[in-house]
Design a protein around this ligand. Structure first.
Ligand code: UDP
Length: 234
């Protein structure tokens, strides 16, 4: 089932089901996009028709964040739970897939790969930082394709990562391509996740804002999101 939130179709999946769906996509081998939609992304898509189109053409859009889960339920859908990108990725590590980490500042993807290998036994077959010119794209795609990765994690921020994946999908020989935002920063230990109790209290967004005050401005998207979702109900 899909929950339509501000014009974006978000999949109603448990974490277990999301992992199963990704399994199928890997086996299927047709390059596809997986997006992890939090309230900020849905607000972005609300005023960016291209991002909205990309999300609605993605194979899976998970409910990443308490805001998305709330919105789905408020609109009457049965959204079982939050499927955060970082949690989805760590669950997929244990499946033994070959990963390519693409994104973040210089050195971050390498550090994330080192940590993921140590902590989760993840198999990482290539890395590349997320800063590049248009001329460098063909070489980046070659490197990703030559790595024989099964899952590409693109951490270029929203909406850059979704647009990169969409525009280059026909030249990517990777079955599953996931936009993961700050996940490589988290894996590299550059950004901390909220403690468990804050995640449970649905306050991870607050933790992130306090830790990275530069992001605090983005919090304004949240009340706007709540308002727009509520308005769309009527
Ligand atoms: N980033 C990148 N290339 C860019 C812009 C950003 O690789 O041109 C990276 C940045 O270093 C960070 C990530 O993209 O690691 C964005 O993280 P953020 O937590 O802001 O993700 P979002 O909230 O946008 O999903």
């Amino acid at each position: 089932m899909k929950a339509e939130i501000l014009g974006v179709n978000v999949d109603c999946l448990t974490m277990t089901q999301a992992v199963e769906q990704v399994d199928l996509l890997v086996k299927n081998k047709t390059p596809s996009i997986v997006a992890t939609a939090n309230a900020e992304m849905l607000m972005f898509a609300n005023s960016d028709a291209e991002l909205k189109k990309i999300l609605n053409s993605a194979a899976i859009v998970t409910a990443d964040g308490a805001g998305t889960v709330w919105a789905a339920r408020h609109l009457g859908y049965e959204m079982p739970e939050r499927v955060a990108g970082v949690d989805l990725v760590t669950n997929l590590f244990s499946k033994g897939y070959r990963f390519y980490f693409f994104g973040s500042a210089a050195g971050v993807a390498d550090l994330a790969a080192e940590n993921a290998a140590k902590k989760f036994n993840a198999k990482i077959v290539g890395t590349r930082n997320g800063f590049f010119t248009a001329e460098e794209i063909p070489k980046i795609l070659d490197d990703i394709n030559n790595s024989n990765a099964e899952i590409l994690l693109a951490a270029l921020g929203v909406p850059k990562q979704e647009k990169f994946l969409y525009n280059n999908l026909k030249n990517l020989n990777v079955p599953v391509n996931i936009g993961v935002g700050g996940t490589l920063d988290v894996l590299a230990g550059k950004v901390k996740r909220a403690p468990r109790w804050m995640q449970r209290a649905k306050l991870e967004w607050l933790f992130r804002a306090l830790l990275q005050p530069s992001r605090a401005g983005r919090l304004l998207a949240l009340p706007k999101f709540v308002y727009n979702v509520h308005k769309s109900r009527h």
